[in-house]
Design a protein around this ligand. Structure first.
Ligand SMILES: Cc1cc2nc3c(=O)[nH]c(=O)nc-3n(C[C@H](O)[C@H](O)[C@H](O)COP(=O)(O)OP(=O)(O)OC[C@H]3O[C@@H](n4cnc5c(N)ncnc54)[C@H](O)[C@@H]3O)c2cc1C
Length: 659
């Protein structure tokens, strides 16, 4: 191994590490007149919770986001819920079990000590949010309700109808607003970070673009935290909000922060299938629907062909001719297998010709059995807004009776297919959530964090809020304790001027290409390459082809892009062009990582490495590490640095969801 990375994990048994850490860390008490400034980029659940907590602790926080309000961060899209090991259902849940499920769900590619800490603080998150007034669903008796998500055999998911992210974000936003009012947080909306400024080897500030005036501005602080979300939109079509981008993370990577496990991309099994080629967005149907919905395709190919031709409808196919393939293949977890497993199983059926819509790329998610058993009212209480959303988009209401065969009512099923949804990879961070650039921290979806090769449903909100409310506010103090003796640097330093000049030159370059193609047309083409060659099933040959095509398209971007307007004022096309420039870097990084990992694990499936039953085949002997990448300049292959994984509490084994 060329370089060794210090993950700063304390010694000792896994359950003791976090306690040990908290006992020994050096706490700064900024309320004792110390003026320590922290920049937090992002106001999603990770950023808003971190900014609010740091403000509450007495730090001076500069908090930026690209939207016009923190409440519009992508986190509001989260539907299904948030995990915690409260064991309110008395079903045998525990911190250890949540820890174990998360490590197993991540296909044994996560850092064990981090996951334990995550499981440990999960319960605090629920208490914190309840105290803020987040309206979690409750049982008739007043207890908080739970439902089940994939990869777990207990019910540990707390939820607020199908709007959990929005409600949690409103909670974080109210805490943030208190700190804004108290003068501890200064909020900058419609600002985009374009670069991180490094002074004497430490992150000392950022260059941000005022998206309304178009002006570049300098911000300096004692530390910088990025909480800027994932890179799913590299694929163009994804369930992510249109504004999601990876510019801040990629810029940190270009400045020396390692990027870890980029090939671990999550493809969510239950999204509304692609229709036509004019779409710019895919819609998620929450995983919570798999609690009561059953996934199936026809047993007979002739039925599938009739469905594809439109001469037959799903509800005309009786029970005995349906293949509930997840229940058949994975009896112990059934429809609640983890996302990577469910997505691949859907692809396998569709590849064999059993797809149920005109493109052959869809399977059914059917509520007939649960509506017959529980009644439509109960199902509507659980998923009402999701049913309505599905109807609005497809004009099909899944609660409508469509047929009756042998006295059994059949309801109109949803059609679903896997789509890009979440990115487990991200900026590499140590146990303290610090990147390889001292003073630069990364939290939430933008770090590589705790999910290994596959994230379990309802664990992203848990991780984002754990990082923001309970981990970063402690760990950052270890760094800031040393900073207390250093004054905040001036934004007049040449490092700031240099960084600003470079960003400005980039804006000019993009505007002056004056070619013929719009940002979206090139982005769409990049998305096709990503999905085709770096998507659900990858091969060495396909990845090489994908990389070649990406290089060619990037050249087209550099030579034939057309960005209308000027730098001054609002220019959304220019902002999108910057994002696309960085999606190119990201797409290539995903492909390099996927090519270097000659195994299948979690969201990374290399077709050459599968069992006879089509399951992912890991190679622990050679790939039991975090793959970290160091930037080596545009057009050059990045360098791979490995962080070996060490497991002491959990036995590494082949995942099994069958029994
Ligand atoms: C449809 C959908 C449903 C989901 N449902 C669930 C669920 O039920 N449970 C679950 O656990 N997870 C769910 N997830 C995943 C989860 O929502 C996200 O992983 C999580 O919200 C990410 O939070 P974050 O704070 O890290 O980033 P985000 O919420 O993406 O926030 C990023 C922030 O960074 C800002 N930003 C970005 N770039 C810049 C820049 N350059 N300069 C300044 N600011 C910038 C943005 O303005 C924003 O404020 C879902 C995801 C999707 C797409």
């Amino acid at each position: 191994m060329a370089k060794v990375i210090d993950s700063k994990i304390p010694a000792g048994p896994v359950p003791e590490k976090w306690k040990e850490y908290k006992a020994h860390q050096r706490l700064v008490n900024p309320k004792n007149k110390l003026k320590l400034d922290v920049i937090v980029v992002g106001t999603g659940l990770a950023g808003a919770s971190a900014a609010a907590s740091l403000g509450e602790m007495g730090f001076n926080v500069i908090n930026l986001c690209i939207q016009d309000s923190p409440r519009r961060a992508h986190s509001i899209a989260a539907q299904g819920g948030i995990n915690a090991a409260k064991c309110y259902q008395n079903d045998g849940d525990s911190i250890y079990r949540l820890f174990y499920d998360t490590v197993k769900g991540g296909d044994y590619r996560a850092r064990e000590a981090n996951v334990y800490r995550l499981a440990e603080v999960s319960n605090n998150i629920i208490d914190q949010c309840v105290a803020q007034g987040v309206p979690f669903a409750r049982e008739y008796g007043g207890m908080l309700a739970n439902r089940s998500f994939g990869g777990a055999q207990v019910s540990r998911t707390f939820y607020a109808k199908g709007q959990t992210g929005q409600q949690l974000l409103l909670g974080a936003y109210s805490s943030l607003s208190c700190q804004v009012k108290a003068g501890k947080v200064k909020l900058y909306t419609r600002y985009e970070m374009e670069d991180v400024v490094i002074v004497d080897g430490r992150a000392r500030g950022i260059i941000a673009k005022n998206l309304v005036s178009g002006k570049l501005e300098r911000f300096s602080a004692n530390a910088v935290v990025i909480a800027t979300g994932g890179y799913g939109n590299t694929y163009f079509l994804s369930t992510n909000a249109m504004g999601c981008n990876c510019t801040a993370a990629v810029q940190c990577y270009r400045k020396g922060a390692y990027f870890a496990n980029p090939s671990y991309v999550q493809i969510h099994p239950t999204c509304i299938p692609v229709h036509g080629d004019k779409q710019s967005k895919l819609t998620l149907m929450s995983e919570s629907l798999r609690n009561d919905g059953r996934i199936w395709v026809p047993k007979k190919l002739e039925d599938a062909k009739a469905l594809q031709a439109g001469t037959k409808q799903g509800w005309e196919i009786p029970e005995e001719d349906r293949d509930y393939y997840l229940e058949r293949r994975y009896p112990a977890f059934g429809n609640l297998v983890p996302r990577d497993v469910a997505s691949r199983a859907a692809k396998e059926r569709c590849d064999k010709g059993y797809g149920v819509n005109n493109t052959g790329l869809a399977v059914f998610l059917d509520f007939s059995e649960s509506i017959n058993r529980l009644g439509l009212d109960v199902i509507m209480q659980r998923y009402g807004n999701l049913f309505e959303m599905y109807e609005e988009i497809t004009d099909v209401f899944p609660g409508d009776v469509a047929n009756e065969i042998n006295g059994v009512k059949y309801y109109k099923p949803m059609m679903i297919y896997p789509a890009i949804h979440y990115t487990m990879g991200g900026i590499w961070v140590d146990y303290e959530l610090q990147t390889t650039i001292p003073g630069l921290f990364a939290i939430g979806e933008c770090n590589f964090s705790d999910h290994g090769a596959n994230r379990l449903g309802a664990s992203a909100l848990m991780q984002g809020l754990a990082d923001g409310y309970f981990v970063l506010p402690y760990t950052i103090q270890n760094y800031l304790a040393d900073q207390a003796v250093w004054p905040k640097v001036s934004t007049d330093l040449p490092e700031f001027a240099e960084a600003e000049k470079k960003v400005d030159a980039e804006l000019d370059r993009l505007l002056n290409i004056k070619g013929k193609r719009s940002v979206d047309s090139i982005h769409k083409e990049l998305g096709h390459i990503m999905w085709e060659y770096v998507g659900m099933g990858r091969t060495a040959e396909g990845l090489k082809t994908g990389l070649k095509k990406m290089h060619e398209l990037e050249k087209e971007f550099d030579e034939n892009l057309f960005v209308p307007g000027t730098k001054e004022g609002l220019n959304i096309e220019l902002d999108k062009a910057i994002h696309l420039r960085d999606f190119f870097t990201m797409g290539q990084l995903v492909a390099f990582d996927a090519l270097s990992r000659n195994e299948s694990c979690g969201g990374h499936f290399r077709e050459e490495y599968q069992t006879e039953e089509g399951e992912a085949k890991r190679d622990d002997e050679n790939y039991f590490y975090v793959g970290c990448w160091e930037y080596k300049g545009k057009g050059n292959e990045p360098e791979l640095i490995k962080e070996p994984l060490e497991y002491e509490a959990i036995k590494v084994q082949t995942r099994n969801y069958k029994n």
